[in-house]
Design a protein. Structure first.
Length: 342
């Protein structure tokens, strides 16, 4: 007798696992984007200067963003702006770029350092290479590390005292209008195009230090980072650890390039925090370590990077729209000063 066999249940479709974005990819993409911009900026500015030195007037405008590599000019210009209400017409973009960096520090800790600064990825790449080749990096003992960390704040204090306190406003204006300052960008370019033996020796020593010690330049010597770190103490954005979710594995602290005790802090307020997201993405428990704005709004790294870039683009656009981006030193005047040896 023929019986009906029960039909087997339809096989369930196996859904392929969703590929997640590599956690550090947003920061690497932002860093790469800025790196490409810096290369374009350097080549274009070098071309602009080369044409002037050849006695030709460039057909394109000087790329004003190169002023961002003149931090002392930026600090002077920022003081002039705050005291007089107007940007000084020589290298005004330096003050605007410094203002944008300070604004990011007020909102996003030292996000400028880890997402925008060209030195950070070089330093990070060197110590990671050193770790791969040597099997480890090296940390000075605490008694040596502490005074070394103070060096960048001493350098910051020196420049801040000289520029913000010691120099009277007429003297500040005289310096900003001097031929030396008008050619500061050209001299900076010449420094990198034709470095002296002393400069090459110092750069090599700094590179070796970064190879063996995590973020040696940023940790010990960078006054720009020290300034942003001091301002970042007031930042709305901070790394926060949820004690209810934390399993106290220590991976967040182990991944921190600033050697901060993330696992032992509920809120990380340190001026040394780079907002690099290494602790956030190193945590195995979702939500246990996050960067939050005003203590509530969680900022994924993709959103964080977009906001940092938006701040810089916004400040630069404001400068362009108000006519405060390009300086008022004409190519003819630069050519005259170069020929005079100013």
């Amino acid at each position: 007798m023929k019986t009906d066999e029960q039909a087997p249940p339809p096989a369930e479709k196996v859904r392929p696992a969703k590929r997640r974005m590599p956690p550090m990819l947003p920061r690497y993409l932002v860093q790469a984007g800025f790196a490409l911009f810096y290369v374009w900026l350097a080549l274009r500015f070098a071309r602009w200067v080369a044409l002037l030195k050849a006695g030709q007037l460039p057909e394109f405008a000087r790329p004003a963003a190169v002023d961002g590599f003149l931090p002392i000019s930026g600090l002077m210009g920022l003081r002039h702006w705050f005291e007089t209400g107007s940007l000084f017409p020589v290298h005004p973009a330096a003050a605007l770029i410094l203002f944008a960096a300070l604004l990011t520090a007020l909102l996003f800790k030292r996000g400028f350092c880890s997402w925008v600064c060209p030195v950070f990825p070089l330093s990070e790449g060197l110590w990671r290479l050193g770790q791969k080749l040597c099997g480890r990096t090296f940390a000075p003992p605490f008694w040596l590390d502490l005074p070394l960390r103070a060096l960048k704040y001493l350098l910051l204090g020196f420049f801040a005292y000289q520029i913000l306190w010691s120099m009277p406003l007429p003297g500040l204006r005289a310096f900003l209008a001097a031929p030396y300052h008008k050619l500061a960008d050209v001299r900076m370019l010449e420094f990198f195009q034709q470095p002296s033996a002393t400069a090459l020796s110092v750069i090599t020593l700094l590179a070796l230090a970064c190879f063996f010690v995590q973020m040696a330049w940023c940790r010990y010597l960078c006054p720009y980072g020290a300034l942003l770190g001091v301002v970042s103490l007031l930042s709305l954005g901070k790394i926060r650890r949820d004690e209810r979710l934390c399993i106290r594995c220590g991976l967040c602290s182990a991944r921190c390039p600033a050697w901060l005790p993330v696992m032992h802090k509920k809120t990380l307020r340190s001026a040394e925090c780079y907002a690099c997201y290494r602790c956030v993405h190193g945590c195995p428990v979702p939500g246990a370590v996050e960067l939050k704005l005003a203590g509530r709004l969680r900022l994924p790294s993709l959103v964080f990077g977009a906001l940092v870039v938006a701040v810089f683009i916004g400040v630069c656009l404001w400068g362009r729209l108000t006519g405060n981006w390009q300086g008022q030193v004409s190519p003819m005047e630069v050519l005259f000063l170069l020929r005079r040896g100013g």
